[in-house]
Design a binder for this molecule. Structure first.
Ligand code: HEC
Length: 275
């Protein structure tokens, strides 16, 4: 029990409490949200390191606000640091830190600038040819010549509203608030999420091509497009057929582009080849 008591004493001290909270925050951000069973019902994709750093800085600021909020607590919080800097008995620790801290900073800087062997960020070269038909939730959908069925019936405004909800609920973290491919997670991926505002993306495509890409995502890309390491998820298990058509309408309405239509196409169909 004495161990537990000692631990409790430590945690009463604002300095060690702050350290413990920071470590706990790191564990929750790094492992809690991504790998463990949903924590408090929250589950998200693994987060890129840079986002993790942002979250940790936010947590650290919160912790600092807490420890400095009260004069007494702030004084105690600073005590161990003061002791470390002046206590004659801790000379060895000071010397060790004097060596270790610059080494750690040096190593971090080095690993940031060290040339890596990772593939360079590739500019996306071509839209791979879509299959002529796909199976969607057990139903075969013929893509060639297919128009967005929602445009023929119902109101575009309603479809737009449904699509908007689908977009902001699912696509935002990668493709961004402004549909410019600059979502919160975007820079963690190579190839990056595409900017629908860019004239090299959806304006080059028929809506059936867009449907196929949303339904099958990166995993459904044909091998001819390799090397692909696309993070684009397959939405078939999550979104219904109508929801995918609706989000397609949203993408075009919101960016102001018009989809390519089949009348103007050769048999090459939706192969929107741009360099
Ligand atoms: C985890 C990040 C991520 C999420 C979430 C995501 N995408 Fe993507 N998306 C990507 C990446 C990366 C690419 C580029 C690589 C590729 O084409 O597979 C992409 C490509 C696309 C393309 C191909 C555009 C083109 O010009 O070829 C479409 C269409 C698309 N996404 C739509 C969506 C829609 C709609 C949603 C939400 C239902 C969504 N994405 C959610 C990462 C994501």
């Amino acid at each position: 029990m004495t161990h537990v008591n000692r631990l409790r004493d430590y945690l009463r001290h604002p300095f060690w409490l702050a350290i413990a909270l920071l470590v706990a925050a790191y564990i929750v951000f790094e492992f809690g949200v991504a790998y463990l069973p949903p924590l408090f019902g929250v589950r998200s994709a693994p987060i890129p390191d840079s986002v993790l750093l942002q979250y940790l800085i936010t947590a650290a600021v919160g912790i600092l606000i807490y420890v400095s909020d009260n004069e007494e607590r702030w004084k105690r919080f600073k005590e161990p640091v003061g002791t470390l800097l002046v206590d004659p008995g801790l000379r060895w620790l000071r010397t060790a830190l004097l060596v270790l801290v610059p080494l750690a900073v040096g190593w971090l800087t080095y690993s940031q600038v060290r040339p890596g062997v990772a593939a360079p960020v590739q500019l996306r070269s071509i839209h791979p040819a879509p299959p002529t038909s796909i199976s969607f939730r057990g139903r075969t959908i013929r893509l060639t010549g297919l128009e967005n069925p929602l445009r023929a019936d119902g109101s575009i405004e309603e479809d737009y509203e449904v699509g908007k909800r689908v977009y902001y609920g699912n696509c935002l973290p990668c493709h961004g608030d402004l549909l410019d491919g600059n979502g919160h997670y975007a820079h963690g991926f190579n190839p990056p999420p595409l900017a629908f505002t860019d004239n090299g993306t959806i304006p080059q495509l028929t809506e059936s091509f867009v449907f196929w890409r949303i339904a099958k995502g990166g995993p459904g890309l044909p091998t001819e497009g390799t090397p692909w390491n696309s993070a684009m998820p397959a939405w078939e298990p999550i979104l219904t057929e109508d929801e995918i058509w609706a989000v397609t309408i949203f993408l075009y309405e919101q960016t102001g582009w018009t989809p390519r239509t089949w009348e103007h196409e050769g048999e090459a169909g939706a192969e929107g080849g741009h360099d």
